[in-house]
Design a protein around this ligand. Structure first.
Ligand SMILES: Cc1cc2nc3c(=O)[nH]c(=O)nc-3n(C[C@H](O)[C@H](O)[C@H](O)COP(=O)(O)OP(=O)(O)OC[C@H]3O[C@@H](n4cnc5c(N)ncnc54)[C@H](O)[C@@H]3O)c2cc1C
Length: 174
């Protein structure tokens, strides 16, 4: 191997992502964690995945949970991202509320949320690859500005949105 761990982290950090908070319920309590490893996986059936460190609390809970929610953060929710990443240094937590749906609790006020049932958990080095089947989707305004993580920090996509062409389907008939 011709590189060290910091180099690896800085290199993959060049891939800009959105930011989610994963919520999970186990033994009657909700646990939440910031994650940017989220991706959609399959349309039929509708599957999504995220990766979680085996040593995290979330990494232990995924083994016994029946489902999870993916809460996609908007640009105004950076505080929540820091808080659920365990990086919040103020005494009082930023305001948030969990909403009760049919499945796992989700974080209120996000750009979008997906409630998932547990589909599979795969081995992935020091992480688990957690695959969920999407059961319910929640969406807000399409023009909501996303929270973006790039190069180890939060960045804005305001300029990109201002220049954006009117929306049209990516696939004819889509
Ligand atoms: C942008 C970004 C992306 C990341 N992506 C990933 C990723 O994809 N995969 C990964 O494994 N790690 C990721 N991390 C790191 C991860 O978020 C942290 O390591 C996190 O602290 C691990 O969470 P934990 O489950 O061990 O829980 P903890 O560290 O115990 O919890 C995180 C924080 O959330 C609070 N909290 C949790 N549930 C509740 C609740 N019900 N009520 C009130 N407070 C609550 C806790 O008090 C704590 O402050 C990311 C971090 C950042 C900043």
């Amino acid at each position: 191997m011709s590189f060290d761990a910091p180099t690896f982290r800085r290199t993959v950090g060049q891939f800009a992502t959105g930011v989610t908070v994963i919520t999970i319920e186990a033994e009657g309590t909700v646990h939440a964690m910031t994650a940017n490893s989220f991706t959609s996986l399959s349309l039929d059936p509708p599957l999504v995945l995220f990766c979680v460190g085996k040593n995290t609390k979330m990494g232990q809970l995924v083994q016994r949970a029946r489902g999870f929610s993916v809460n996609i953060l908007h640009a105004g929710q950076q505080d929540l991202s820091s808080y659920f990443a365990g990086a919040w240094r103020q005494e009082a937590a930023p305001p948030f509320q969990f909403a009760r749906g049919d499945g796992t609790a989700r974080l209120e006020g996000c750009a979008a949320a997906l409630e998932c049932s547990m589909y599979a958990v795969y081995e992935g080095g020091d992480h688990w690859i957690v695959v969920g089947r999407v059961e319910t989707v929640h969406r807000t305004d399409d023009r909501c500005r996303p929270l973006v993580f790039f190069d180890g920090r939060y960045v804005s996509v305001d300029e990109a949105l201002q220049d954006a062409a009117p929306r049209r389907p990516l696939v004819e008939g889509g």
